[in-house]
Design a protein around this ligand. Sequence first.
Ligand code: IFM
Length: 426
Amino acid sequence: MNQSTFAFPQDFLWGSATSAHQVEGNNVHSDWWAWEQAGRVKERSGLACDHYRRFAQDFDLAVELGHSAHRFSVEWARIEPEEGRWDDEALAHYVDVVRALRQRHLEPIATLHHFTTPQWLLEQGGWVNPKSVERFARYVGKVAAALGDSIRYWITINEPMVYVRMHYIQGLGPPGARDLTQSIQVIEHLIRAHAAAYPVLHSAPHAQVSIAHHMPAFRPCRRWWPWDRWVTSLTDQAFNWAILEALLEGRWSVPGLVSRRLPEARATLDFFGVNFYGRQFIRWVPKPGPWPAESCDLGHHPREVTERTSLGWDVHPESFFHVLSRVGRMGKPILVTENGAYMTDDARRWSYLRRHLEAMARATQAGACVIGYCYWSLLDNFEWADGYTPRFGLIEVDYATQRRAIRESARRYADICRTNRITLAA
Ligand code: IFM
């Protein structure tokens, strides 16, 4: 087979991602903690990976693996455990985290909201409450004052559309709602919160700001069924594109559902943070519910799904190429803020990772300006409603002893990080 070597651009950022609640442990003032204590999930996060205390050793491992960047999240519920009470020690902790990254030449990529919200805000209605916008901006101001000089890449909100789907449509996270009206309010407030944070973060001249946008390739379960095709294109617009249009053009629109001018959100993306996992197959459901579509369950996966992760998710690197190419045509740099898989067999994890890196290389060859890649995740971690069963980590964590073990896939990924090159089949 003919092969060629593709060299990624100089200064390409290679690394991995984590989020506070999933790795730090004891995030006691967050809504997710309260949700877990109330028995709403099968497993509680507890000490997680104890990363709050072990971050320096974990960053040493990232260096050993050839990384040059690390995406992490700052936990709002730690910084502001009660409304208006700011915890200086928690802020100082994140100053230490960023210093530890810089000392190791790991470019910090900081996320400000990754699925968890302070419990006090949830008690005030959470993101349904319009005051959430100003509360978020105030928190961002505190973080920017402490960290702004040392952070270039900011992610305001992680996966806003997944957040809304999981917490306000499917009821799988706090507040456990299943309500389309609330979902629309929450999306608007997340857009406004991002817009309010944008100038605050830009008080540091070098700041580059985005969201981490989960962009599945949506496909109809039954291609021959017009209602499935219709609901797929509606979901694609609502989930993937409407929010990007709002943050680029200041107009948020989903046909038949919402059309709103949000001028303050115009031109508030400096780059695109893209999270990609695979295709999602959906079908129209006639029963009343918050959204007229649902995922096909495993029994209904169409024939074109030939490969799945150990969570049953579709594996389709070609769709990663298409998503990157399409976003690339929108004219801004792309930072891949997440991509990864839970595979019980680590060789399959490496196969997934290698083929997605190849797809990214091809998208770059075809003109997309991709500036970095963060594998999800550095460590095995707490996977929300799925608890500790799924293991996405480059590094295996023994939760009983907190022992870390580097997986073979991580070593292979390290070769690509170090050489900045990948071999492509012609
Ligand atoms: O673990 C999550 C993360 O919190 C957000 N993006 C997807 C990951 C895997 O499900």
